[in-house]
Design a protein around this ligand. Structure first.
Ligand code: ASP
Length: 349
């Protein structure tokens, strides 16, 4: 679907359930993600009337075709290159990205950091039901994403947002909380989920994209602006360690120390540069980890502590009993902190 309209919304497809196909008549038999081309997803969503009424055209482009559980830096890099290309194209007014829901929040956060200075809106969406499901939610989500992208562009509002089940989310806060529900995503704001969603965040309210409250993070992350000439193999390696009860002393940390000291002959590009600790409560970790963490830090690995508890961190971070004085603490959700640390290491490379 393309046109001779003066502005286009460009849809970049990456796969996911929105591009999935149920394997049988009965959706309970399961589905295969990433089967349907993004152009077909746009056709199914029947956005023709909407585009016509807003005098916009639509172009689609397949950047990848994956289940987002397999999202990696190669696909991220390919996606960022296409975003950069289209954001610089005067014919393009806005971008929509279709994505699997499993790592959608991570990609949204990455793009929001890399394209923070973009002057056009970027809206990411996906679906919980396959393309050929009789009750597919993809068309609705896709229409909402196109609608918001064009409305934001027309209001000269830029930014990266996620639209899902009729709600606009901030990439900084969004998390997937359900493996089944159509409203799989929730956003933490202050110390509550927006159970009563602000009207400005409901797509149908017809308002331009909402503004979100600032987020308190004691880490002042350095930013890296996407540079297509820097190969993904040089992006720093940042790992994530999840804390839990009954942790084995040093089991994973010993392996990371071996990687860092190259004892296991990994090529130096894959050497560890950073570690996020997905801590407990308001940012604590079992003391059995301490010797290994000290050793990693002495070897030059940047260690940042977060909490795996989904909310309350903004308040907790203001308290004084949080992290050990030698650890940096971030209120970001750990998987997003992993990305933030990777970008910071790139910025300081
Ligand atoms: N596994 C799928 C994916 O993330 C789930 C989904 O899209 O809902 O690609």
């Amino acid at each position: 679907m393309s046109s001779s309209f003066s502005k286009n919304v460009v849809v970049l497809g990456t796969g996911g359930t929105i591009a999935g196909l149920n394997v049988g008549e009965n959706p309970s038999l399961g589905y295969d993600a990433a089967q349907v081309a993004v152009g077909e997803i746009a056709q199914q969503a029947q956005v023709g009337e909407l585009l016509k009424s807003l005098h916009w055209g639509l172009k689609s482009e397949q950047v990848a075709q994956i289940d987002s559980k397999d999202m990696d830096r190669d696909v991220w890099s390919a996606l960022c290159k296409r975003c950069l290309f289209h954001l610089n194209d005067p014919q393009v007014g806005a971008l929509v990205i279709t994505h699997g829901t499993d790592t959608l929040a991570e990609t949204a956060y990455l793009l929001s950091r890399l394209f923070a200075k973009a002057t056009k809106p970027v809206v990411i969406t996906g679906a919980m039901r396959a393309h050929n499901d009789p009750l597919a939610d993809g068309p609705h989500n896709f229409r909402d994403a196109v609608d918001l992208a064009i409305r934001a562009a027309s209001a000269q509002t830029s930014g990266v947002w996620v639209v899902f089940d009729g709600v606009v989310h901030d990439p900084l806060r969004i998390q997937k909380f359900s493996a089944q529900s159509l409203n799989a995503f929730h956003s933490f704001e202050g110390d509550v989920f927006k159970a009563q969603i602000a009207p400005a965040r409901i797509v149908k309210s017809g308002l331009p994209a909402p503004r979100f409250e600032p987020f308190h993070d004691p880490m002042a992350w350095a930013s890296w602006t996407f540079d297509a000439s820097i190969g993904v193999h040089t992006w720093p390696q940042v790992e994530l360690l999840t804390c839990h009860a009954d942790m084995t002393n040093g089991y994973f940390l010993d392996h990371l120390i071996d990687v860092k000291t190259n004892k296991n002959q990994l090529d130096s590009d894959k050497s560890l540069s950073g570690l996020i600790i997905s801590g407990l409560g308001s940012g604590t970790w079992p003391k059995v980890l301490e010797p290994g963490l000290w050793r990693l830090m002495a070897l030059g690995v940047r260690v940042v502590l977060c909490s795996q508890v989904p909310w309350g961190q903004e308040r907790a971070a203001k308290g004084s009993m949080l992290a050990h004085e030698h650890f940096h603490f971030s209120t970001l959700e750990p998987r997003k902190a992993r990305i933030a640390l990777m970008l910071e290491l790139l910025a300081n490379a």
